[in-house]
Design a protein around this ligand. Structure first.
Ligand SMILES: Cc1cc2nc3c(=O)[nH]c(=O)nc-3n(C[C@H](O)[C@H](O)[C@H](O)COP(=O)(O)OP(=O)(O)OC[C@H]3O[C@@H](n4cnc5c(N)ncnc54)[C@H](O)[C@@H]3O)c2cc1C
Length: 440
């Protein structure tokens, strides 16, 4: 029997498993041999990350953005575990299961799609006091923490401390950081209305070293987004980042000090830690692959998505950016090319032109550039919501998200911190598996 092992159940691994299983089912009907497909992942779902800012903002429930593997990947064995190392000679992958047992799986074809993790910099106190936005644990923690700080501020008799509790610093003004700031602003506005304080008392600071917010959407839409952010009372500071992070304040690179208890770090990603351990050539922390998504020198090993440096044939010399748009398409092509390597069908090169981006900026606002058409305001909001509903790869989740959107239009957001994720759960090492020095 032939074994295919897929490492990672994000956009790429999920789409690869689904497309490969479908192709092989079709070939089996034509009399092809049996192929065993396994997907190894620490989680039993595919996370629809573009809606994590909505989870942090209390608009969408975390379960709605988690697509269960069990119900979606027919004919694929789901193995809970974190891959630790690959033996290319023996053709095995070793992984640690949820009960910390070390186990291994043999493979004839290996697909590496462990995605990315938050890129941390050597900023003192960052890993200890800041939290990212790559996992449900981090999104839920941010929501609960912001609500709790606003509740504490309301009864704090030290005005300076109350002000710090009502100050939220988001670092990274690309689309995910900007969406996070906008969604947390909407949550804070709801809290102000329901708890009974002035919404203007809650201060948001959005920082970025770049000179523009969301360079991904171009200058004009970046300016439109900037206007929306400023009109919603978000203090956008460009050309500046964090120098130090402390429990109750941060120091910026221009030496200014902000008292705060909430720091969200959303500055970008780097390849998952597994990639570095493989000892194979990388580019910008991502595994080098060919345009057919094969690892050079290892014809039976494939990789794609955020974890891989996939050549962008539409822009020679460049690699495709780490986006869901590319990850989804690369996953489907992986399915096709792995099947071809087993003798079913023909392989193809990866080629995809960017179709644009949608950025939700909270109630009534959004910017989008689908197929290079610049949109803002209500049309952009409609396109953004329809796009997400179309892109979520499961009907039940789509339904739940659509109801959440409708509920948000009709009612105030629920201001509750249920405490599902603690500060420790949301730590970069616990929630994203980033190895950190012991001192952290
Ligand atoms: C907040 C946020 C908002 C975003 N918004 C957008 C957007 O609007 N549009 C867009 O195009 N892109 C967006 N992105 C980017 C998009 O999420 C990524 O490009 C996409 O998730 C990459 O897919 P992937 O499968 O390569 O990796 P991931 O989705 O990161 O999945 C990797 C999978 O591998 C698993 N894994 C990791 N290490 C191991 C291991 N050692 N062993 C086994 N499994 C492992 C992980 O648990 C995960 O299941 C956003 C990202 C974030 C964080």
């Amino acid at each position: 029997m032939t074994s295919v092992v897929i490492v990672g159940s994000g956009f790429t691994g999920f789409e690869c498993a689904r497309s490969l299983a479908r192709r092989l089912r079709k070939s089996a009907a034509d009399g092809a041999a049996y192929v065993d497909i396994s997907i190894v992942s620490p989680v039993d779902y595919m996370l629809y990350t573009p809606l994590l800012p909505d989870v942090a903002g209390g608009l969408v429930d975390a379960r709605f953005v988690a697509i269960p593997l069990a119900n979606s990947l027919r004919g694929v064995q789901i193995v809970r575990g974190r891959a630790e190392e690959v033996d290319f000679g023996e053709r095995t992958v070793t992984f640690t299961d949820p009960e910390e047992r070390s186990r291994s799986l043999p493979w004839d074809r290996l697909v590496l799609t462990p995605g990315s993790v938050t890129r941390l910099f050597d900023v003192p106190g960052l890993a200890e006091h800041a939290r990212g936005l790559k996992s449900t644990a981090e999104a839920l923690y941010l929501r609960d923490h912001v609500i709790q700080q606003l509740e504490l501020a309301d009864v704090d008799d030290d005005p300076g401390r109350a002000e710090a509790r009502r100050t939220i610093v988001v670092v990274g003004a690309s689309y995910s950081g900007t969406e996070l700031a906008a969604q947390l602003r909407a949550l804070a506005d709801s809290a102000a209305k329901q708890i009974g304080f002035d919404p203007a008392a809650v201060k948001f600071v959005l920082l970025d070293l770049a000179e523009q917010v969301m360079p991904e959407v171009g200058e004009k839409l970046g300016e439109a987004a900037m206007k929306v952010l400023r009109s919603r009372g978000i203090d956008v500071r460009l050309g500046v980042t964090l120098k130090e992070v402390h429990a109750e304040h941060v120091v910026l690179s221009d030496d200014s000090l902000i008292r705060t208890y909430t720091v969200a770090w959303v500055t970008g990603v780097t390849g998952a830690p597994l990639i570095e351990k493989l000892g194979l050539p990388t580019e910008k922390g991502r595994l080098k692959v060919t345009t057919e998504l094969q690892v050079p020198g290892h014809p039976d090993v494939f990789a794609a998505g955020d974890a891989a440096a996939v050549p962008d044939v539409t822009q020679p010399g460049k690699i495709t950016p780490p986006t869901a748009q590319h990850a989804t398409r690369q996953g489907k092509l992986l399915g096709r090319n792995v099947a071809a390597s087993l003798g079913y069908g023909k392989p193809k090169k990866y080629k995809h032109r960017n179709m644009g981006l949608v950025v939700d900026l909270g109630p009534k606002y959004a910017v989008a550039n689908p197929l290079n058409v610049r949109l803002s305001g209500f049309p952009a909001k409609t396109v953004a919501r329809i796009y997400h509903l179309y892109a979520i790869p499961r009907g039940v989740n789509r339904w739940a998200v659509a109801l959440a959107y409708l509920t948000d239009m009709l009612f105030d957001r629920s201001v509750v911190s249920i405490g599902l994720s603690t500060q420790e759960d949301a730590h970069f090492s616990a929630s994203e598996g980033i190895p950190l020095p012991k001192a952290h």
